[in-house]
Structures are given as structure tokens and as C-alpha cells.
Design a protein around this ligand. Structure first.
Ligand SMILES: Cc1cc2nc3c(=O)[nH]c(=O)nc-3n(C[C@H](O)[C@H](O)[C@H](O)COP(=O)(O)OP(=O)(O)OC[C@H]3O[C@@H](n4cnc5c(N)ncnc54)[C@H](O)[C@@H]3O)c2cc1C
Length: 315
């Protein structure tokens, strides 16, 4: 029997899902390639929900067997343990990868990437998403995390979203109910964002292109885009920058195994080749402690840390 599925609940959940969603479910699926840090262990059960009914099956099974669950987008804001996820990891597929244009509004699925939305809206001469140039995630995660850059954020353009709850309910919420704030919004825990309606404005192709080019240039000069990374590792504390604090604490270039604080941008940690998730975890802990000692500031991770990490202490 598969090592990951020794647990009785997992094994039963796998059997049920394999029967109800044939060819959509895999046991022991390696996840490192699904993350931009290129680290992390396998998902005991991995599935793609292409339709709402498949999402319902997954959600019901997760609830019935009381399993840990992770909805994964493009993996550009997660650090998954080397031991993987002893539960269900799923991604949204076909039905959640659609874009519908309605005058200056766009309705896009949770699996649509910001990269493709930026290109599509630029082609349609719709302004509002140029801030997202170079953010490699999905729209669903961008809503949950209120992704932003260069003074813009997704919360500025979201009008309404559709989401699915842990209790298998399809819900909608307007922007005012979502209370967008720095890298967060208000949604019930475990909700999956299926679609967002974005309100954009008409603008000339030249203006949009110029905004996109400026933002891309800024990124290229300030971020280590040549090595695997997950963007900013820590949130910026009120009135300051995590990168500045990390640099001031003398951590630029600091390394744990194959994980390194970027020499270009101290809030970016890069995989120099053979890093493990534990390397990144240890580096984050070391940097957090150094910043606390140097400035008294307790940095808060921006990336989502997933799985069990007790093995790190025993290394
Ligand atoms: C080079 C680089 C640059 C970056 N620059 C920026 C930046 O400028 N600004 C910024 O904000 N971020 C930036 N990021 C971080 C990242 O791209 C964003 O946070 C992005 O929104 C994450 O999307 P994702 O699909 O990769 O999410 P994932 O990493 O797959 O998931 C992140 C979290 O969102 C949850 N999630 C995923 N999909 C859904 C869904 N449909 N519904 C509910 N929850 C969901 C996951 O469970 C997880 O908790 C950068 C990352 C990289 C690698």
C-alpha cells in the first residue's frame, strides 16, 4: 500500500474520490514542481476540480473524513513542508479558468492567472490591472491575499466574488463585505474563490502599455527573478519595509542549506539549487530572530506555511 495512505481515513477518502472522480485523483503527488520555491513534499491525495460538482465531491469528502485540505493556485505564495500534506491538495481546473468580458467589467475564474488577465485586459484597452504585471499567481489567491504592488491592489478593482464554503454552499460577496486590507480580506476560513467580477476603466493602449513596462522594469531591477522564489517572505510592518529591516539586521546573503536571503532584495529568499523546505523554514526563523534582536520588530510571514514542521527541530 502507498505509504501516504496508510492512514485509514486517507485511504478511504482516496478510494471514494477515485471512484467518483476517475482520472482526477492521484495519491502521493509530488508538489515541489507546483510551487515557485520548488520545494516541499507530496500531497497524500491530489485532485483537480474541473467543475462545481467535482468541487462539491472533494469538499464533502474532506469534511466526511475530517482531512486537512489545501486549495493550491500557482504555488507562488506557499512554503510546503518536506513531509508534504497528509490530506487533500486540490487545484481548480477548466470551468474556473474562463474569462467573460462585459463592457468595462471582466468576470474571471479563480484559476485564471494574473499574468494572463493583465495581457487580456491590456489587449481590450481596459485599465486597472497594470500593478499586477509580474505577480505569478491566480486570481482566486490574489483575492484572498489582496495581492498588490506599486500602489495598486486587487481589492481596488474587485466588485463582487463567488466563493464556495467548507459547508458546500455557493455564496457571493460584494467588495464592501470583503473588507480588503493589506494582504488579506474577510472570508470564512476554508472558502474557495471561484470567480471575481472586476470593474476596470477604458484607457488607451499606449497608457496601459507604458504602466506595464514601468512596473515590469521596476521588478526586474529590484527582484531576483533568475532564481526560484516566492516573492516577499514577510509582510511589511506598518510604516516600514521588511526588506529594509532584514538588511539592517545584517541578514542579506544569509544562508541555510540551499536557501538564501537574496543579495538583490532582502525580503526575497531564493532557492540556490538544492534547497529543502526545512532550509527555508530555518532561514525564516533565523531572520525573524535577528530582526527582532536588531530592531524589536516581530516580522509576520507573508507566505503561507503549510504542513507539519516538527521534523525541523530534530534535524
Ligand atoms: C516573483 C514573485 C513576485 C511576486 N510579487 C508579488 C507582489 O508584487 N504582490 C503580491 O501581493 N504578491 C506577490 N507575489 C506572491 C504571489 O504571487 C501572490 O501572493 C499570489 O496572489 C499567489 O497566488 P497563487 O495562485 O500562486 O497562490 P498559492 O501560492 O497557490 O496559494 C496562496 C494561498 O492562497 C490560497 N488559495 C489559492 N487559490 C485559492 C482560491 N481559489 N480560493 C481561496 N484560496 C486560495 C492557498 O490555499 C494559499 O493559502 C510574488 C511571487 C513571486 C514568485
Amino acid at each position: 500500500m502507498n505509504t501516504r495512505l496508510k492512514d485509514r481515513s486517507l485511504s478511504r477518502a482516496y478510494e471514494r474520490l477515485s471512484r467518483l472522480m476517475p482520472n482526477k485523483v492521484v495519491a502521493d503527488k509530488p508538489l515541489a514542481k507546483f510551487t515557485t520555491l520548488r520545494v516541499g513534499g507530496p500531497a497524500a491525495i491530489y485532485a483537480v476540480a474541473d467543475t462545481l460538482s467535482e468541487l462539491r465531491l472533494l469538499t464533502e469528502t474532506i469534511t466526511d473524513y475530517d482531512l486537512p485540505a489545501l486549495i493550491l493556485g500557482r504555488g507562488s505564495n506557499v512554503l510546503i513542508s518536506d513531509e508534504g500534506v497528509q490530506g487533500v491538495v486540490f487545484q481548480l481546473g477548466t470551468d474556473f479558468n474562463q474569462v467573460v468580458v462585459d463592457n468595462t467589467d471582466i468576470r474571471a475564474g479563480g484559476a485564471v492567472t494574473l499574468t494572463s488577465l493583465v495581457q487580456t485586459t491590456a489587449r481590450l484597452q481596459l485599465s486597472g490591472l497594470a500593478f499586477a504585471v509580474g505577480i505569478p499567481g491566480t486570481l482566486g489567491a490574489a483575492v484572498v491575499l489582496n495581492a498588490g504592488a506599486h500602489g495598486g491592489e486587487i481589492g481596488h478593482v474587485v466588485k463582487r466574488i463567488t466563493y464556495y464554503t467548507r459547508a458546500c454552499q455557493l455564496r457571493t460577496a460584494g467588495a464592501e463585505q470583503l473588507s480588503f486590507a493589506y494582504r488579506r480580506c474577510r472570508l470564512p476560513a476554508g472558502s474557495v474563490v471561484l470567480e471575481a467580477q472586476l470593474g476596470l476603466t477604458a484607457a488607451s493602449a499606449e497608457v496601459i502599455k507604458s504602466q506595464m513596462e514601468t512596473n515590469w522594469r521596476r521588478r526586474k531591477t529590484s527582484q531576483p527573478l533568475d532564481l526560484p522564489n516566492a516573492g516577499s517572505m514577510f509582510k511589511n510592518p506598518e510604516g516600514d519595509h521588511a526588506g529594509r529591516l532584514i538588511e539592517a539586521a545584517g541578514c542579506k546573503g544569509r544562508q541555510a542549506g540551499g536557501a538564501r536571503v537574496s543579495d538583490k532584495h532582502a525580503n526575497f529568499f531564493v532557492n540556490t539549487g538544492a534547497a529543502t523546505a526545512a532550509d527555508f523554514y530555518e532561514l525564516m526563523q533565523g531572520v525573524t530572530a535577528a530582526v527582532k534582536k536588531a530592531s524589536g520588530v516581530e516580522l509576520e510571514p507573508e507566505i503561507k506555511i503549510v504542513g507539519d514542521w516538527s521534523y525541523v527541530a530534530q534535524r
